[in-house]
Design a protein around this ligand. Structure first.
Ligand code: DLL
Length: 433
């Protein structure tokens, strides 16, 4: 049976949704024009006034906003409300430059938590459930977002945050947690540890997982589902737009429904900015329709995916986005060829390896090199050199046919690659150092 947190809106007709978006967009454009001088200047530079935006059909006229704008406007330049009306900030880790600091009014937080509640209910959550939130808490949006969503659904919430894996497993067992929320790489690690403890899927009380915040593959989903005996749902979001819950997966597990009453999604050609049709891969762009404190219009996420309006068996009418295959800034260009870490992961998992790997890119004698360190499972582990080199060759062949370029594979001992409790760091690009 399909369940909804807010059925009326989640299953609204296309016409109703469109009307909501038209009305909210007009209001939001007026809001940024009146209250965000940075945005007003951008609109003026594009020769626009709020009158030019009468409906979603006019969205394409608005200028894009990018991470560079956020950096330039840091920290208050994009604020849409006086600070006295804001109640919280969240922030990104800032590994690639200045942190993004996003501001929230209480209204913004309520809507964000509702989005997360929709995701939890779509994963089968009810007030009978025990929801363990193992995303990091604090400045990162994962913990606070899912925590708030879990409260709204009425689940008993266990706010473990990330880390201390033995304690995570203890709570799952002792308090019979039924839903686990964390990054997919941490879920894989928790699953691996459970297996080592001798726990079978039948002995694990979990029934569902809500995993996101980083790119992961279908193969990784199957592995986690098998180890824990659960159904694993994807969830997407970014700090700039609120956090997790911008989109979420339903029982069909084939892409994530965008909460279209709050966000308009577009796919553009990252080079030209041209809006692309359904089914075409490109850069995801979002317009937030109700954010008061940090309203972003046509924000370029740098995530690569496509959209589909195909009817979904769950009954929701929201457009679906495919799982992001990576980010434009994640994409490695190796000897002129575009390579996404997710493509490498697919080959590894298809050949029975765990998702514990590291990609090392370097430049030697002016030529890019691609080395992939892959962990063997305990069952594969051997000191038979011949067997290892046969395996390495098989992986190199698989990578060649997936990527079109040669990669060098090194098989390494089980447990020799560091595990992640949050977002995994898979790529070391020495060319940038
Ligand atoms: O990662 C918000 C989040 C928390 C989403 C918990 C889901 C669950 P940021 O730290 O700002 O926010 O990072 C946002 O992470 O632009 C994507 O590149 C990536 N990302 C988020 N969810 C997914 C996903 C949170 N399901 C950036 N699949 C985004 C692939 C994802 N990438």
């Amino acid at each position: 049976m399909n369940k909804y947190f807010q059925k009326k809106i989640e299953c609204a007709s296309g016409k109703t949704l469109r009307k909501i978006q038209d009305e909210k967009l007009v209001k939001q454009v007026q809001h940024v024009w009146d209250d965000v001088p940075y945005y007003r200047k951008k609109m003026e530079a594009a020769g626009l006034t709020p009158d030019d935006i009468q409906s979603v059909d006019d969205l394409h006229k608005l200028p894009f906003l990018s991470k560079a704008d956020l950096r330039e406007a840091y920290p208050y330049g994009l604020l849409g409300k006086p600070l006295k009306d804001c109640v919280r900030i969240q922030s990104t880790s800032g590994t690639t430059g200045k942190r993004v600091v996003a501001f929230y009014t209480q209204h913004d937080i309520d809507l964000w938590e509702e989005c997360c509640a929709r995701a939890i209910v779509a994963a089968g959550g009810t007030k009978e459930d025990v929801c363990q939130v193992s995303y990091g808490y604090g400045l990162f949006t994962g913990g606070p977002g899912l925590n708030g969503g879990s409260h709204k659904v009425g689940c008993l919430t266990i706010p473990t945050s990330s880390g201390n894996t033995d304690r995570q497993i203890m709570f799952i067992k002792d308090l019979s947690a039924t839903i686990l929320c964390c990054t997919p790489s941490y879920a894989a690690y928790i699953g691996e540890t459970m297996k080592e403890m001798g726990l079978t899927p039948e002995e694990i009380p979990l029934k569902a997982g809500i995993f996101g915040a980083e790119a992961w593959s279908e193969e990784m989903r199957h592995d986690i589902e098998k180890t824990m005996g659960i159904k694993a749902y994807d969830i997407y979001g970014l700090t700039e737009l609120s956090g997790p819950g911008v989109s979420f997966e339903c029982s069909e597990q084939s892409g994530m429904h965008v909460n279209e009453d709050h966000f308009i999604a577009e796919i553009i050609d990252p080079e030209t900015g041209e809006v692309l049709p359904d089914g075409t891969m490109g850069e995801l762009v979002f317009t937030s329709l109700d954010k008061e404190a940090f309203p972003l219009l046509r924000y370029r996420t740098r995530d690569i995916c496509s959209l589909t309006h195909k009817k979904c068996s769950c009954g929701r009418t929201f457009v679906k986005m495919t799982r992001p295959r990576g980010r434009t800034d994640d994409m490695l260009i190796i000897r002129g060829v575009n390579v996404f870490p997710s493509q490498i992961e697919t080959v590894l998992l298809n050949q029975g390896y765990p998702a514990n790997y590291q990609i090392i890119v370097d430049r030697v004698n002016n030529t890019d090199t691609l080395d992939v360190h892959v962990e063997m499972t305990q069952e594969m582990f051997t000191d038979n050199i011949g067997e290892i080199s046969t395996r390495q060759k098989e992986l190199e062949d698989g990578l060649k046919s997936m990527l079109g370029i040669k990669a060098h594979v090194s098989l390494v001992a089980p447990k020799s690659i560091a595990r992640s409790e949050g977002k995994a760091v898979r790529v070391i690009d020495n060319r940038k150092i």
